[in-house]
Design a protein around this ligand. Structure first.
Ligand SMILES: NC(=O)c1ccc[n+]([C@@H]2O[C@H](COP(=O)([O-])OP(=O)(O)OC[C@H]3O[C@@H](n4cnc5c(N)ncnc54)[C@H](O)[C@@H]3O)[C@@H](O)[C@H]2O)c1
Length: 334
């Protein structure tokens, strides 16, 4: 059996991709890259049988690699994705795909010119067992017609922007880095399309630190069906990392909690909600790498398609524009 050979650039969350690739019987990780010599030295010790690179260009130029994970800093995703597509490698890119609409447009054109290349992104909330179950409940009509959805990305790790690389980039967006997960989740759960957004933000929690951008962004979304939504990227919140989610339908309301979720089917205060104990988060960050490999080898549609990636980025770009300019912004789909 010929195995797909994978290479990984960036060994923070990227190291977790190894597990996903290696779990698949038709894939093996053959190359790792990190520009940090200490991290690369650790990788040499832990994974001696693989090739090790300190420069991503060298890994991307390696003809023996079929699929590449891009888990470098956000500002390198575009260039590395571009190089991977040009080299004919399938791309599993960490979110965000890129930082500017023009970059997304350029990647779209390049992918059209290289139909043999598949691309997906690690929008991992689609693998959370509790959200998989919720999607089924919505599809089965348990919540009735949806009219309002809310998703809160409560980061709970403020130090990562006030101290780490995120605060040292020329541009970092908490929408692209955080809210992207909740926006994707809402699109996937509801199957709806966002047509217009507005947004506000502030930087109270990170004031006086190295971080020069809003650490809180709250966006309102208007969907094609008439449903409305609210999404926040809240990097300064004083709570542990958590994905807040509330879905309001005409027959039920679903509220995710850190321990359990609750599903209300009545407005009567004496009628208790159904408690849902299905696992949350209950995912491994490499789970979608496995799914992507399976889609490459079997030809089936991946859980996160290329269309999904451009769709969620298009909504994110509109939110950043709305936050910047004020007023409502129509989503321009790339
Ligand atoms: N999908 C998720 O749930 C999830 C979770 C965490 C991070 N991420 C994304 O993964 C990316 C990395 O974040 P992280 O938390 O792993 O950061 P990290 O700092 O823990 O690790 C990043 C690693 O990549 C290396 N690196 C950066 N740029 C590089 C380059 N051009 N070439 C080679 N190596 C490079 C760094 O030296 C570092 O070791 C970010 O884009 C982030 O948004 C996604």
């Amino acid at each position: 059996m010929v195995k797909l050979r994978a290479g990984i650039i960036g060994l923070g969350v990227g190291e977790q991709h190894i597990v996903g690739y290696d779990k698949h019987p038709q894939c093996e990780v053959v190359a790792l890259c990190d520009c940090d010599e200490r991290r690369l030295a650790d990788a040499r010790r832990k994974y001696p049988a693989m090739q090790h690179y300190s420069n991503a260009d060298d890994l991307l130029a390696e003809p023996g690699i079929d699929v590449v994970s891009i888990a470098s800093y956000d500002n390198d995703h575009y260039g590395q994705t571009r190089a991977a597509i040009l080299a004919g490698k399938h791309v599993f890119v960490e979110k965000p795909l890129c930082l500017y609409p023009e970059e997304a447009q350029a990647l779209r054109i390049l992918l059209n010119d290289h139909p043999e290349v598949l691309l997906s992104s690690n929008l991992i909330l689609r693998k959370v067992p509790r959200f998989v179950e919720l999607r089924r409940l919505i599809a089965d009509g348990e919540l009735g017609e949806l009219f309002h959805v809310e998703g809160d990305y409560n980061y709970g790790r403020l130090h990562k922007i006030t101290e780490g690389w995120r605060g040292q980039l020329d541009f970092y967006s908490v929408v692209y880095g955080g809210a992207v997960h909740l926006i994707d989740l809402l699109l996937w759960l509801t199957g709806d399309r966002v047509i217009e957004v507005s947004a506000v933000g502030n930087a109270v929690a990170s004031r006086g630190s190295q971080f020069q951008f809003d650490d809180l962004v709250v966006a309102l979304l208007r969907f094609e069906s008439g449903m409305v939504g609210k999404v926040s990227a809240n990097y300064g919140c004083m709570v542990p990392h958590f994905h807040g989610l509330t879905i309001y339908g005409t027959k039920g309301t679903y509220i995710n909690g850190a321990r359990d979720a609750q599903l209300y089917h009545s407005r009567d205060p004496d009628q208790p909600p159904r408690t849902i104990t299905t696992k949350y988060p209950g995912v491994h960050k490499g789970d979608l790498a496995y799914d992507f490999v399976e889609s490459i080898v079997s030809g089936r549609v991946p859980l996160v398609t290329m269309e999904d990636v451009f769709r969620v980025m298009s909504v994110c770009f509109a939110i950043e524009q709305a936050r910047d300019r004020g007023g409502a912004v129509e989503v321009e789909y790339i």
